[in-house]
Design a protein around this ligand. Structure first.
Ligand code: NAD
Length: 302
């Protein structure tokens, strides 16, 4: 069993650390929020007073933080994190599972490697439910050998482990996926709204499109129309699931990537505007499939 340092015990990191402890690893954790530390202790983790203490004596360290600035601050900044990296033994493996901009992932990875520390960017897909169930998908960038070394630990938290390519490739693949997800979710809501206004039942329409060339994951597995499918956010007033504000964040990262790559992303830009508009109408904390409500007119046109 491995001694693992884990920094960032929020909605995702908390259950991920708990799954590592459940699998028998020694998990030394730190978060700025004391309630998160208390929950982690209850789940079998060992609470540390700061990041340096959490990573002390660990050959493998995982961070799960909100954004690039937090990851840079932890691993590069003047905070306890820098001393934390310095405290890692040569050859230690840092796995950052946060969803962050590619430039930050590459910068932190290069800085770690310069100190003889291995680094993987390993954002996840699967949400809070996947984190709790240990069924996350890990999308990993970095050296193949480091990915192989990380696999047994990642397998305690996830079901699908993908090596996307070199450092930063995990973030790139995750951004491409989430931009496509945003586009087909918005398109699915739009098509359902059009059909429903002119007659067909949304369930019948979903079945027809699901067996035809319009089929996609949003339609088939995460239908945005209320009442069409059980056990999806649309059938519980869009509670739970993947918050609109997180989709807006990911689309912002995709737009930055597109600018860097000089790659045209007209559909992604439109999707970002739609989800941003939706979030600014007070919908940021609801599941992103609530974008369907943009199309649910309550009044008849003149
Ligand atoms: P969260 O805000 O719930 O948790 C982040 C945690 O990091 C907080 O507990 C915060 O206190 C802690 N933190 C911040 N700076 C710290 C520091 N310097 N030292 C120690 N702890 C620190 O966020 P989350 O929902 O757990 O998401 C984490 C990451 O996973 C984000 O990048 C997010 O985009 C990504 N993600 C989230 C989901 C989801 O459904 N929530 C799904 C996939 C990916």
């Amino acid at each position: 069993m491995t001694r693992i340092g884990f920094i960032g015990l929020g909605n995702m990191g908390g259950p991920m650390a708990a799954n590592l402890a459940r699998a028998g690893h020694t998990v030394q954790v730190f978060d700025l929020v004391s309630e998160s530390l208390t929950r982690a202790i209850e789940a079998g983790c060992i609470a540390a007073g700061d990041a340096r203490e959490a990573v002390s004596g660990c050959e493998l360290v995982i961070s799960m933080l909100p954004a690039g600035e937090h990851v840079r601050s932890l691993w590069l900044g003047e905070s306890a994190g820098e001393r934390g990296v310095a405290a890692l033994p040569l050859g230690a493996l840092v796995i950052d599972c946060s969803t962050i901009d590619v430039a930050s992932a590459r910068q932190v990875g290069a800085a770690a490697q310069a100190r003889g520390i291995r680094f993987l960017d390993a954002p996840v897909s699967g949400g809070v439910a996947g984190a709790a169930a240990g069924t996350l998908t890990f999308i990993v960038g970095g050296e193949q050998a480091d990915f192989e070394a990380a696999k047994p630990v990642l397998a305690c938290m996830g079901q699908n482990l993908f090596h996307a390519g070199a450092l930063g490739a995990g973030q790139i693949a995750k951004m491409c996926n989430n931009m496509l997800l945003a586009i087909h979710m918005a398109g699915t809501a739009e098509a359902l709204a059009l059909g429903v206004k002119e007659g067909p039942d949304p369930g019948v329409l979903s079945t027809i499109m699901g067996k035809s060339s319009g089929n996609n994951w949003s339609l088939e597995r995460y239908n945005p129309w209320p009442g069409v499918m059980e056990n999806v956010p649309a059938s519980r007033n869009y509670q739970g699931g993947f918050m609109t504000r997180l989709m807006v964040k990911d689309l912002g990262l995709a737009m930055a990537l597109a600018e860097h790559a000089h790659s045209a992303v007209p559909m992604g830009a439109l999707a970002r505007n739609l989800f941003n508009l939706h979030a600014t109408k007070g919908q940021g904390a609801r599941d992103f499939s609530s974008i369907a409500e943009l199309y649910l007119d309550k009044t008849a046109p003149d």
